[in-house]
Write a protein that binds this ligand. Structure first.
Ligand code: ADP
Ligand code: MG
Length: 347
């Protein structure tokens, strides 16, 4: 039946650079009294694609499984079910030995560069190592490339001789970006790269990433817990709730006509000009922020996982898990029994 096979998030003509298909990530926790291992399902049946030179913004609360998806792509978290296809190749075929070409092609920028940059090395040494990991360079070439990569991210020779703690948060993140670019990657997993920065630095770093994408054609999986952060960055949006996609689709569409109540709640404060409805939505947003927490993935609510926090929940929502389906007249998918506009089965 059609509605058992969710469509990919981006119906692209060219084969995508990255295709995540029905990804499930489970972690084995300790053994309980029974001696059987407890399994935590952090990501459940998530599918999306990212085209060359495109950005997917992946949004969700802390604990919703964002990093697990990023780490599964980077081969740092288990792919328990489904598959991850990069440039036409199923990464499961790599087995234990990740090919050097994949390590070059797929890079990462984490939230906290202080913990990912070696504190005892100058920036020049860190970048030099990244540049020569996959390429042979003479000392002269290496120095030239270090200068070039700093310049590209808006830093100078002055920063080359500094240690990470001597730089600002924004400057450190620029170094982390330069390091990721050193292997000339085709995809960068950006795991909350601006979450620790103040708002003006956030937009500077985002603008830099956009500029680099324009110049280099690199693709991003851009993870954030806030829809606003990825707004001007993303071609496509995926909204995660407790390990599942609640909604996905072209960014413009998701922001203009969010269909899942969770997405609507996340966008509530900026969504409507009508002050009356705006007030109602803000109240709902506050409720979400302060009231119920994200349920534990060890004990997900039955039916739709969002139902305990959802203003539209009814008996159906409490008992039946909604499928992620395409909506009529839109390119968006939503997993909601009450999604508007009217739902149709995914093609
Ligand atoms: N290595 C791990 N072992 C066990 N549980 C984990 C591990 N990593 C993450 N989790 C759990 O998986 C869920 C999703 O975590 P994560 O992917 O980090 O979410 P997010 O990045 O959205 O905050 C959380 O409940 C988290 O506690
Ligand atoms: Mg995370």
């Amino acid at each position: 039946m059609n509605d058992r096979t969710p469509a990919p998030a981006t119906p692209a003509a060219a084969p995508p650079l990255l295709s995540v298909e029905h990804l499930t990530v489970r972690y084995q926790l300790g053994r309980g009294l029974t001696g059987r291992p407890t399994l935590l399902t952090a990501v459940r049946d998530v599918s999306f694609t990212i085209g060359a030179g495109r950005t997917l913004g992946l949004v969700g609360e802390s604990g919703s499984g964002k990093s697990s998806i990023g780490r599964a792509i980077l081969r740092l978290a288990p792919v328990s079910e489904g598959r991850i296809v990069f440039d036409g190749q199923d990464t499961a075929a790599f087995g234990r030995r990740t090919p050097p070409s994949f390590n070059r092609d797929v890079q990462v920028v984490f939230q906290d560069p202080l913990s990912s940059l070696n504190p005892r090395q100058t920036i020049a040494v860190t970048l030099g190592q990244a540049l020569t990991r996959h390429r042979r360079l003479t000392a002269v070439e290496r120095n030239r490339e270090i200068a070039g990569s700093l310049d590209r991210v808006g830093l100078s020779g002055y920063h080359a001789q500094r240690y990470p703690h001597e730089l600002s948060g924004g400057q450190r993140q620029r170094v982390a970006i330069a390091r990721a670019l050193a292997t000339r990657p085709r995809l960068i997993v950006c795991d909350e790269p601006v979450s620790a920065l103040d708002v003006s630095t956030q937009s500077q770093v985002i603008n830099l990433l956009k500029e680099l994408q324009r110049d280099l054609g690199v693709s991003y999986l851009f993870i954030a817990h806030d829809l606003e952060v990825v707004r001007h960055m993303s071609d496509e949006i995926g909204v995660l709730y407790l390990g599942r996609l609640a909604e996905s689709g072209p960014a413009e569409q998701v922001y203009r006509t969010p269909t899942h109540p969770y997405t609507q709640t996340l966008l509530a404060s900026t969504l409507l000009a009508d002050p009356e409805r705006q007030r109602a939505r803000s109240a709902r947003r506050r409720e979400l922020a302060t009231d119920a927490e994200l349920p534990s993935p060890l004990a997900p609510p039955p039916g739709c996982a969002f139902h305990p926090r959802c203003p539209r929940a009814d008996d159906l929502c409490r008992t039946e898990q909604p499928e992620l389906l395409q909506l009529t007249g839109t390119a968006s998918l939503a997993a909601c029994h009450h999604a508007e506009p009217v739902r149709v089965a995914a093609p």
